[in-house]
Design a protein around this ligand. Sequence first.
Ligand SMILES: Nc1ncnc2c1ncn2[C@@H]1O[C@H](COP(=O)(O)OP(=O)(O)OP(=O)(O)O)[C@@H](O)[C@H]1O
Length: 303
Amino acid sequence: MRCNPLKVATFNPTVGSRVWVEDPDEAWLDGEVVEINGEQIKVLCTSGKQVVVKASNIYPKDVEAPASGVEDMTRLAYLHEPGVLQNLQSRYDINEIYTYTGSILIAVNPFRRLPHLYSSHMMAEYKGASLGELSPHPFAVADAAYRQMINEGVSQSILVSGESGAGKTESTKLLMRYLAYMGGRAAAAEGRSVEQKVLEGLIVDIALETGVDNHTKTSLSNPVLEAFGNAKTVRNNNSSRFGKFVEIQFDQSGSISGAAIRTYLLERSRVCQVSDPERNYHCFYMLCAAPEEVSSHLKINRC
Ligand SMILES: Nc1ncnc2c1ncn2[C@@H]1O[C@H](COP(=O)(O)OP(=O)(O)OP(=O)(O)O)[C@@H](O)[C@H]1O
């Protein structure tokens, strides 16, 4: 996460002040002010590095911040970039990948399966709990949206944003999985309930439960959409190269009555231009790997 540091207007460093200074390799280093010459501040970093920086480029460090971080960053003494990153890092180090800033949920990609976080038991825990009562979690956000929709009878939106590979798709699946859990009392239609159809067609995420690898997950979750719109990039082996607007409709009783997905801005240039080591859309490789009877039926020449 990179953002413009918030200026702390009242900060006047003195010798001995604990501060953060920007570093080209580590992003931020913490240290102690050892000398002040007008606008030039000499800082001895805890890493042993000594730097001289302009007074306007250092930020105060909260020495009383808990070592394991805080669940809601609005409780931080200083809500500047190094303070926010330090808090997220402290929590990540103890496997806490979710943190609130007020009602916003920040997810740090763990790049490994944490199945205990997403079990059915966890969904039951978050059911009806108000935001902030339990540890930060996508289920809490989904529950708050669901409750608000039921209580106020107004449609709700959840915006998921982040850079490529940040975990938007995974987070969206968790949100939808929870909403399907909450709205899953719909009557069976054509043998399968609406909930089942939504789960199977749009959001099935068997991988989270079974811990299968990323490639297998791709083939299990939302296979058609991901085959034609996802590709391997330098940042993400299963990068969505299009935007998605997913709509889940609920009836008066709060049961799912339908679902729709709209796609936007597919990166079409990838079809004819791919730079190494990136790949084209998954569907082409799936076609190449298709059994002989399929490829001959489709007249695909693999030589
Ligand atoms: N909560 C999570 N638990 C475990 N692994 C995760 C989680 N979030 C993300 N990942 C891992 O990171 C990879 C990239 O995540 P994801 O595809 O959701 O990113 P994205 O933000 O949608 O990226 P893009 O914009 O490129 O589509 C996933 O395939 C998965 O391996």
